[in-house]
Design a protein around this ligand. Structure first.
Ligand SMILES: [Zn+2]
Length: 190
């Protein structure tokens, strides 16, 4: 039977991360770019070929300085709190897309999307939302988001991580061996 020999001899590494872990970890990694002192959220949009087509994190709009605009919490209508200004990760991920559209894509997010992001998700054609935490399930924003997702046929499911931690260790690469590569000859001084 074709392929049998290779299957028997295969010794592939079994500790690799699966697709859900990979894309959720990318959402979490991009959240680390956020300047928000309270909530760092990242989002990663993936198409049906498992290609990443958009990444975003919560931040001030372009041109609105991270140092001049307020980051503090407070009344949602206050000009001195962040809410009127910050772009959520989901919106940034949709706007940052590197494909012509995000139709039928899946979005990975740390937090269940708010109602404003839900509108953008629906209107952009995203069909699935995979979230990690639904800690604001009681808020009207989340209830409204779910109501819209249900009506629009956007599926959503919670991602339960298999591992509590994915470590990125820059010393996993064997630097020493790399340093033994032949040196490029330096130009002789005249
Ligand atoms: Zn939002």
């Amino acid at each position: 039977m074709a392929g049998t020999l290779y299957e028997r001899d295969s010794s592939k590494r079994m500790t690799y991360i699966d697709w859900d872990e990979y894309f959720m970890a990318i959402a979490f990694l991009s959240a680390k770019r956020s300047k928000d002192p309270c909530t760092q959220v990242g989002a990663c949009i993936v198409n049906n070929d498992k290609r990443i087509v958009g990444i975003g994190y919560n931040g001030m709009p372009t041109g609105c300085s991270d140092d001049e605009f307020p980051w503090k919490r407070g009344p949602h209508t206050s000009l001195e709190s962040k809410y009127l200004y910050v772009c959520h990760a989901e919106v940034n991920a949709v706007l940052n897309k590197n494909s012509s559209n995000v139709k039928d894509c899946t979005i990975y997010v740390a937090l269940f999307p708010c109602n404003q992001c839900a509108k953008v998700i629906i209107q952009s054609g995203i069909k699935t939302v995979i979230y990690m935490s639904d800690k604001y399930a009681y808020k009207v924003e989340t209830i409204a988001a779910k109501r819209m997702f249900d009506a629009a046929g956007v599926m959503y499911r919670q991602y339960i991580p298999k591992n509590q931690k994915i470590e990125i260790n820059f010393s996993d690469i064997n630097w020493t061996e790399m340093n033994q590569l032949p040196q490029t000859p330096t130009k002789q001084e005249d």
